[in-house]
Design a protein around this ligand. Sequence first.
Ligand code: ZN
Ligand code: ZN
Ligand code: ZN
Length: 444
Amino acid sequence: MRRRRPALQLFSLFGLGPAADGGVTFEAALGDHPPTIARPPADSGPAVDLAGAPARPGGCRADRPVRKLAGMTVPVDLLAERLRRAAEEAARQNVDLLVVTPGTDLRYLLGLDTSTHERLTCLVLAAAGHRAPPAIVVPRLEAPGLAELPLDKLGIEVVTWTDGEDPYLLVSDLAGVPRRVAVADTMPALHVLGLRDALPGVAQTLAGGVLAELRMRKDAAEVAELRTAAEAIDRVHARMGEFLRPGRTEAQVGADIADAIVAEGHTDAAFVIVGSGPNGASPHHDLSDRVIQPGDVVVIDIGGPVDTGYNSDCTRTYAVGGQPGEDVLRTYAVLQEAQEAACRAVRPGVSAESVDAAARQVIAAAGFGEQFVHRTGHGIGLDVHEAPYIVGGNELELAPGMAFSVEPGIYLDGRWGARIEDIVVVTEHGGERLNGRPRDLVVL
Ligand code: ZN
Ligand code: ZN
Ligand code: ZN
């Protein structure tokens, strides 16, 4: 199909100077437990496969209208500050232009909560030092959905396009002649390649490394949202005796937990892991039809977003149908000590990897080093898994406002597993756990 260039006379083109070649570091965003869903959110369409359809960005319907952020109106001054800092960080990382499609980065920058689809919507934000104003490119039919965003106050131009036109050429008209364009990490390949064709010869890189610099340091309001989410998931764990009993399947227990996650204040259950007996030895197990047996050790790892988009994620390990054996208690005590040691290691100025090491040393010293098969934790915020990652090799210095999980585990193949997970926020002098449920092996 012939590419139709939409009319665009809004801006003078950028006058971009030469940019030094610089690497943009990008931390792999793979989580140790990619969210799985136990129940579709109430407003989603068809039922979601229990066995692991991704919860987000699922639920994407082709013509779902843009809607504004529910539940929390981010103050316009704060959004302006985020946009300014994003532009500065882009310049610092030798990126000329950020192109951000719907997703958590856009939610962070604009308070815009919508899903991405085949029609291009994106924020086009020039790095600091470039003269062009920011713009949002949006299909004309979805432009009314932007009405409640403070775009005027933020100085963001709205550039619409109509079916049949080529929106990538619009972006290129806005972009002028950049050297490096950073695209949102979750931008569909459809749009990445469309943009590449419209900006031939321009290097593409990921915007995640730029925006993570902002997003991983939470402000007080964001920490408050994470605290709200943590308290909500704590209430679900507090009710576990209602759901978790021998004779029920993991899937039955998981369905009840998913209901409770919503009932206790989340918008949906992003993931529900019920790993009973041998299934607990697989960290990414979600749910199965295995019938829970008396004496099983059961790993319950659950979470989801509250209405502002901030997530909970908390694991407790339970013993059902009676007291567990001595070996279970001894091994669990090692895990508890490791989790405690890692939480105590959190303070500003230490490296992310040192927190991982604090947990790993305890577990390895007890002879279970080979059975702790994942990193100690991941950042959390608008995404369940985001920077900073608490993993060997990550020398990032922790700073106040960073929030992440501390979730060591011990997995005994074919027998059972255990994990303890709290969300920890770095404070001025140490770390604060947002989850408050007891960390002992809970006997139900
Ligand atoms: Zn995990
Ligand atoms: Zn978890
Ligand atoms: Zn986690």
